[in-house]
Design a protein around this ligand. Structure first.
Ligand code: SF4
Length: 92
């Protein structure tokens, strides 16, 4: 007698939202500036937007001043969460 363990072969459908934005460009691009004197190098910004911020050493943060539009939301999030309020985001 063959024993069948409960096994479901149903493929999991991952619904990838295909962003077809009729408006060209999608999210607006922004300019980023970090106030060097304020930054305490916590690295929160890098966690939120790793494409934009990079903590190269405990005392050195580098960042993209003109990130891609797809990173705009992450940049705003990083600015909100920066404990030192060191990140300025302006319209590009
Ligand atoms: S989160 Fe703010 S304080 Fe921390 S590294 Fe980024 S800019 Fe600096």
């Amino acid at each position: 007698m063959t024993h069948h363990a409960g096994h479901h072969d149903t493929p999991v459908q991952h619904d990838t939202p295909d962003r077809h934005d009729p408006r060209r460009g999608g999210p607006a691009r922004v300019k980023v500036a970090v106030h060097g004197g304020r930054c305490q190098h916590y690295g929160i910004c890098q966690q939120e937007a790793p494409e934009v911020f990079a903590l190269r050493s405990p005392t050195r943060l580098t960042y993209d001043t003109t990130p891609a539009a797809q990173d705009t939301a992450a940049v705003h999030q990083a600015a909100r969460l920066c404990p030192a309020q060191a990140i300025t985001v302006d319209p590009a």
